[in-house]
Design a binder for this molecule. Sequence first.
Ligand code: ADP
Ligand code: MG
Length: 339
Amino acid sequence: MGIIRPLDDHLANQIAAGEVVERPASVLKELIENAVDAGASRIDVAAEEGGLQLLRVADNGSGIQSDDVLLAFQRHATSKISTDKDLFQIATLGFRGEALPSIAAVSKVRCVSATDDTGLGRVVEIEGGAIVANRETNAPKGTEMVVRDIFYNTPARLKYMKTIQTELGHLSDIVYRQALARPDIAFTFTHNGNTLLRTPGNGELRQVVAAIYGTSSAKAMIEVRDDNLDYAITGLTAMPTETRANRNALTVLVNGRYVRSQAIIQPFLQAYHTLLPLHRYPLAVLNLSMHPSLVDVNVHPAKLEVRFSKENELRAFVESAIKKTLSAQAYIPSGAAPR
Ligand code: ADP
Ligand code: MG
C-alpha cells in the first residue's frame, strides 16, 4: 500500500484559502467581482472593524439558482468557463471557482440569493467549511453575502492582521478601484455604519473620481481616448501640475479588471517624463481594452497580475496615447474640449 492519497476537500480548500484569502480585502475583492460578474447595477458594501468582524456585499444581479447555491461553495465549481478555449479568452472577472469555497473554509459565511422577483430564494450558511443551514427563504432578486469572523479557525493567520485602520485602508482601496472600473454601477461603502463612498452609477467616470479624490481633482483631469487595431484606451489623467506623492493614485484597468502592470505604468509615466517632479505621480484612471486572447489573466490566484502577448506593442501604444493627450493640452486654447 502506497502512502500517497488525495487531500480531502476541506483540507484542499484551506490550502487554497491560504493563497486566495490573504486578508479581509481579498475576500471583499472576490465578493465584489462576483457581484459585477452577475450583472449588478447596484452593489452595497458594508464592513465592520476593518472587515475582520464582518463584510457584507449585496447586489441586484442575476442571483444564484436555488439548486446551485451549495454548488457555488464547492471547489472548482463555476458558471463562468467550461472549456479550455474559454480559459484563453476570459470575459468575466472570476473564473477559477475557488473564491467561495476558500472564503467559507476560513470564516462564517451566509449567502442569501434569489433569481427573480417572486420573493423566494435560498439561504445557505457555512462555518469553517461545514454547512450549518440550507433552506428556502424570502429574498429580493440578487445576492447578499455576509462573511463574519475571518480567520477565526486559523489563528496563525489572524495574528498577522494589522490594525483596523490598515485593514480598512485595504478595503477602501478595493472598493475604490472597482467603483472606478465600473462607473455604470452604483456603489455604496460603509464602515462601522459610516458612509465612506457613494457613486451615482450613471456611467460618468469623472463623478466617480470626484467621489473618491474630490471635486477639484476630478475637474482638473483631462480625457484620454485613443485606439488602434489591437488596443483602445479611455480614461482620465491629471495635468503634470496635479500630481500626488503616491503611486496608488494610478488605477489601471484591463478589460474592466484592476491590475498592477508595469507594462502599462512604465510607458504611462514615460509619457510624462520630464514633466513630473521627482517621486510625484499623476492621478489617473486608465481603461485598456483588447481582445481577451491578447491578455492572460490566469497568472496568479488573486488575478492582480496579467501577461500580455504583445507587450512591446502595448507599451508603445500607451506611451503614444498619453503623449498625444498631454501635447494636445499644451497647444489647444483653453476651453476647447480635450481629445
Ligand atoms: P468564480 O467567480 O471563479 O466562478 P466563485 O467561487 O467566486 O468562483 O463563485 C462560484 C459561482 O457562484 C460563480 O461562478 C457564480 O455562478 C456564483 N456566484 C457567486 N457569487 C455570485 C453573485 N453575487 N451573484 C450571482 N452568482 C454568484
Ligand atoms: Mg468569483
